[in-house]
Write a new protein. Structure first.
Length: 252
């Protein structure tokens, strides 16, 4: 899921680079939903479905879980716009990577905090720090890919790298977590993980299909490049053409 979301996001950022202007910003918004929503948060929640603690059930705080999804999309969007605005300037890329990486790490630990269980949760600060560094490094590399990578094979390879990096950050963060269950079972409030499956599947399907249709129905990358070259030739011809009077006679 992480690689699929990353691939879709890279396709969208590639279009944003070619189109530019106000319309290019809409493609970046779509990329934020693809990378932040599918590539990061959906992967995070699916992985959480495989997490269990012996001796207690796990329930999820719905508002915190929803907030973690919104944070993932928001921080990726801010990072994409910052890197896109900065272009080739390294400071903007690093700033966007730090902002996005810290935001993704915050999303991850907020999602973990949304878990309610009959036990005491603690974290290893060293492993937490390592997971944040991985998140920052992964976000910086991802933003660099969005500025440079184009073409099906390159985007596919970059998406695999991004998927491995995001998954590595997630499981490093999970490794930092320890749970000491209570001797007596106490009531655990919240929603079951299975309760999120239907909204997750529907939301994911709508967003993914919508973004894919936007890519399929829009001009291809080759067509966009050809149009840009044609417009550039027209501008060069117009700039090089001599001035004429009302009757078409060259002046001077």
């Amino acid at each position: 899921m992480s690689s699929v979301g990353s691939m879709l996001g890279l396709l969208l950022t590639s279009r944003a680079r070619l189109i530019g202007g106000r319309e290019g910003k809409y493609w970046l918004v779509g990329a934020a939903f693809a990378i932040g929503g599918t590539g990061i948060w959906t992967m995070h929640f699916i992985a959480m479905l495989g997490f269990s603690v012996t001796g207690t059930v796990i329930r999820y705080d719905v508002p915190l879980t929803a907030a973690s999804a919104l944070i993932a999309v928001a921080v990726v969007g801010m990072g994409l716009f910052l890197a896109s605005y900065g272009g080739d300037r390294l400071g903007f890329l690093l700033g966007g990577g730090v902002l996005t990486g810290c935001g993704v790490a915050g999303m991850h630990y907020l999602g973990m905090a949304a878990m309610n269980m009959s036990g005491l949760v603690s974290y290893d600060p060293v492993v937490v720090s390592i997971s944040v560094l991985i998140a920052v490094a992964a976000a910086t590399v991802a933003l660099w890919f969005t500025l440079r990578v184009s073409g099906a094979f390159r985007i596919g390879g970059a998406a695999l790298v991004m998927g491995v990096a995001v998954s590595g950050m997630h499981y490093t963060g999970m490794y930092s977590m320890s749970v000491q269950t209570h001797s007596e079972m106490v009531p655990v409030h919240g929603a079951r993980a299975i309760d999120f499956l239907l909204p997750l599947i529907v939301g994911l399907s709508v967003i993914t299909v919508g973004l894919l249709l936007a890519i399929i129905l829009s001009p291809s990358e080759k067509e966009l490049r050809s149009e840009a070259e044609f417009r550039a030739r027209l501008r060069q011809r117009d700039e090089g053409a001599p001035e004429v009077d009302l009757f078409g006679t060259p002046r001077g």
